[in-house]
Write a protein that binds this ligand. Structure first.
Ligand SMILES: [Zn+2]
Ligand SMILES: [Zn+2]
Length: 422
């Protein structure tokens, strides 16, 4: 192959035509391409080069009219060389030794450059690929896409007296629905909807006044039992996921608890993005009973101070179009944040988190074309989660202070959210 590349003249167009039989014009043997200006076999190519270099002069032992074939081509060098020249082989096409060497050097240099490029190409280490595979599997084991367990929760109840906050959310939501259906399903419709949604949020804010200010002392929260069970279930799954993150189980029990208590709600918000639907701004977890809109969550005691930024967060996250690998890495990075309150072995957790961040950055470089800014955007999402967490804690606290509501919560929810480490 290399010899051909070195000594062959530019290939003729015929060479690319598979239908043209490649026959040596000198002897009729199978040709390997154009050599010194004619289609020949390797044997005749070598013969011509040697003859020209030696400046050989041959004499035909017969009558100078031998027919050259594959089998007899060695018998008469004179007629073979004459045939070479007759069909147009030219000694000018033979490279000098220096030219051959230069070509070989060039080929070698190209190979080395290619090897250098290959070495620089971003790649995932074996360990990083392994960690990612573990996290993806951990997520599959703890996130049931059929949502079949939801039927075991206390059932969702959407009727009941409408609170002021809930009615605002309802009008907000129905307006958002109307605007989206009139816009149709063009590719930009999602963006348009988000824009409309933002306008609606602003309208809501312009309305003035605090939504809870004039609310009845203790509104009936019809969705609280169901959503408390859903959150409790999700906490269990987050704990299951955390335990499978490489290194998590080796932390002290105290640190494991500190990390879980402070990050559980953030990881729940992250994982819920999988069911979040940009079309109607709801979380769709199976049938209509388990499709949750903003209004439903207000009926579990949360106000728009949490739900507005939460929905914005869900929209922004959804639009990053994360690969599953990136999604699970983000959850693990969130869980292993060393700056959580109550954490003792700060350095060790930081090391684990750094390892995950490196894996995420490497993954994006290798597998996410055009993802140059993706890592930064993902880290921004973690910052957004901190403020959502803060608002959630605030609202949870005021809810749990009311015994008729806190009695609806599960022991796990009370344990994880109940005594916020501060
Ligand atoms: Zn030949
Ligand atoms: Zn002859």
């Amino acid at each position: 192959m290399e010899a051909t590349a070195v000594s062959t003249s530019a290939p003729g167009p015929e060479e690319f035509d598979r239908n043209v039989p490649r026959i040596c014009s000198v002897c009729g043997d199978k040709a390997t391409g154009f050599h010194f200006n004619a289609m020949t076999c390797e044997g005749c190519k070598g013969f011509f080069r040697r003859s020209m270099k030696r400046k050989a002069s041959f004499i035909c032992p017969f009558s100078s009219s031998c027919t050259i074939t594959k089998d007899n081509r060695r018998h008469c060098q004179a007629c073979r060389l004459k045939r070479c020249l007759d069909i147009g082989m030219m000694k000018e096409f033979i490279l000098t030794d220096e030219e051959v060497q230069r070509k070989k050097d060039l080929i070698q240099k190209r190979k080395e450059e290619e090897a250098a490029r290959e070495a620089l190409r971003p790649r995932l280490s074996k360990e990083q690929s392994h960690v990612i595979a573990i996290l993806v599997e951990a997520h599959h084991k703890t996130y049931d896409e059929s949502y079949s367990d939801f039927t075991r929760f206390r059932p969702p109840v959407r009727e009941g007296p409408v609170t002021r906050s809930a009615s605002r959310a309802a009008s907000l939501h129905s307006l958002s629905d109307a605007s989206s259906s009139s816009l149709g399903h063009s590719p930009e419709s999602t963006d348009m909807k988000v824009m409309n949604f933002n306008n609606l949020l602003m309208m809501y804010q312009d309305d003035g006044g605090s939504p809870e200010a004039s609310e009845e002392e203790s509104p009936h929260l019809s969705m609280l039992p169901h959503l408390a069970d859903l959150v409790s279930y999700s906490i269990q799954k987050v704990i299951g996921f955390a335990k499978m993150i490489p290194g998590f189980r080796e932390l002290t029990a105290e640190d494991q608890i500190a990390l879980l208590k402070s990050s559980a709600i953030e990881v729940i918000m992250l994982r819920s993005n999988q069911s979040f639907n940009l079309e109607d701004m709801s979380w769709s977890c199976g049938g209509p009973d388990f499709k949750y809109c903003i209004n439903d969550v207000t009926k579990a005691g949360h106000t728009l101070d949490l739900l507005e930024p939460l929905v914005k967060f869900q929209v922004g996250l959804k639009k990053l179009n994360l690969h599953e690998e990136e999604h699970v890495l983000l959850m693990a990075i969130c869980l292993l944040s060393p700056d959580r309150p109550g954490v003792q072995d700060h350095a060790r957790i930081e090391l684990l988190q750094d390892r995950l961040s490196d894996a995420l950055q490497a993954y994006i470089r290798v597998h996410h074309p055009g993802g140059r800014l993706l890592y930064a955007k993902m880290i921004q999402k973690l910052a957004d989660l901190r403020s959502l967490n803060e608002e959630h804690s605030k609202q949870y606290r005021s809810l749990s202070f009311q015994p008729e509501h806190s009695m609806q919560l599960t022991p796990l929810v009370l344990e994880v959210f109940g005594s916020q480490v501060s």
